[in-house]
Design a protein around this ligand. Sequence first.
Ligand code: M5T
Ligand code: MG
Length: 590
Amino acid sequence: MSEEGPFRRLLNYMRPHRRTVRLASFCSIFNKFWDLAPPLLIGLAVDVVVLREDSTLASVGVVDPWHQLVLLSVLTFLIWGLESLFEYFYGVLWRNLAQTVQHELRLDTFDHVQQQGMAWFDERQKGDILAILNDDINQLERFLDKGANDLLQVSTTVIVVGAVFLLISWQVALFAVLPIPLIVWGSFRYQRSLEPRYATVRAAAGQMNALLENDLSGMATVQSFTAEANELRRVEALSDAYREANREAIRLSAAFTPLIRMAILVGFTATLLLGGWFTLEGTMAVGAYSVLVFMTQRLLWPLTRLGETFDLYQRAMASSTRVLDVLASPIELKQGTFEPEDEAEKTSPISLSDVTFGYPDRTVLFDKLSLSFEAGKTTGVVGSTGAGKTSLIRLLLRFAEPQDGDIVWCGAPLDTWNLQVLRSSIALVDQHITLFPTTIMENIRYGRPSATDEEVIEAAAVAEAASFVRLLPKGWETLVGEGGHRLSGGQRQRVAIARAVLKDAPLLVLDEATSAVDNETEAALQRSIERISRDRTTIVIAHRLSTVRHADRILVFEEGQVVEDGTHDSLVVEDGVYARLWSVQTGDTR
Ligand code: M5T
Ligand code: MG
């Protein structure tokens, strides 16, 4: 999506932490610096016992060999102390940074995801987004935790060892150390070819997550269709694709360490032979020779680990691309600034004029639809399934945007409204009710988080929910389970109505809100709704016509068009679609 490489993008994202990154890098480098000192100390020690009064230490003024050894011991203590200190610091800094970046990235991404319009979610799978918010962000944490430090320390090792070799003998350095930066550079290039492979791995992981998420949330359907074996096969296929994608990556990345080892072997042998020969010839001191031999050893371990580190790096880059792509995905929903004056919503109608709307890849649903919901009145909306009733509500909430035409409320087109204000002005009982896996009390309180327990109970009474809740063993503290599945369909609806009642918004929208309750409860709810919808703009969508019978006005929808418009009585007289439906529902077969 972006022109920049993932590493640059990540660095950009981490800009606010650049001081910590610098400090942590400093500690990593200095820890390595002191960690590389022991071979030098060994060299100096050998120098002392072989050359005594002519040793290197003697040339700086400490002539007595015994004093030289004491000085060496003090130095050793100091160096080890410094090394440990810096190790502690870099550990604390990198690991906390990893935690902080992971935390912030997760919050930022989730915040961004929450601002996306419904169209954005329609294009994606929940499980995949979940994988990004969890796995991919964790992958990044893993790299910052260890990988960044490893990369810095390898670089320091190569530079310091190179410098020591050059100082002692440029001829040996030529063979032993000079090829190393080339090897590192080459292997980095080599590992680059892993990048697309890891991108495939991450995409496969997202796919699998999405399927698992679907299966788990639809487990009742899976089991009722005895489709377990089939689902297992589907999971197997995706899991296999994931394994295969990893195999592709492993094939390349596993060859890496052996290759590096061979390269170091060349350096080690060169040091051994060439350095040994110089020492035998007498042109190199014994101490210097031992420094070289021990130093090449120091290269071996971090360089062989380089493969692992680059691997971690490439995985992290594949993951950070996914995360940063989500963060960079534009928020299509236009945010306006309009806020109505006090109470204006209560007195302003909602008017649609020439609204044209269709879902992506579908035929046009509303073609120049014009209608108006009168303020303070109840409008019933009926019509056959798929006629566009719910879609109309989605337009009001701006879950979808019309391609043409305007929807105006309080004198302002909806897309000029402040989105939060608009949505807080609408209390919706959705056709597909979502309750959260907490108590009934908390689910109702979702309508207005500041409400007291008494207010919640009052709203529940209006929604005819209080009576059934009281009969539950745990009453208001009953847990409703994921999505509210531990309640019956009708109970769930009443909790959702209570939630909307508590919200006390100027516009109340009930989309098939009473479809699952029995006739008696419906009649009771009817009276409650009549009471709360008094002086409030209300839209009631229903298939059961008794629900809308007393509405001030009824709109009959067919294929995205209003085909009839009137009161119950006038529509029955009109003898059209509504009258036909009414006679079917009342069993009146004239
Ligand atoms: C109207 C289609 C749907 C139908 C038409 C929500 C949604 C609907 N549609 C899409 O293509 N994508 C979507 O995301 O639009 O659908 P509706 O407005 O939901 O119809 P309804 O509320 O009148 O029907 P019902 O069954 O709830 O009474 O063609 O496929
Ligand atoms: Mg609907």
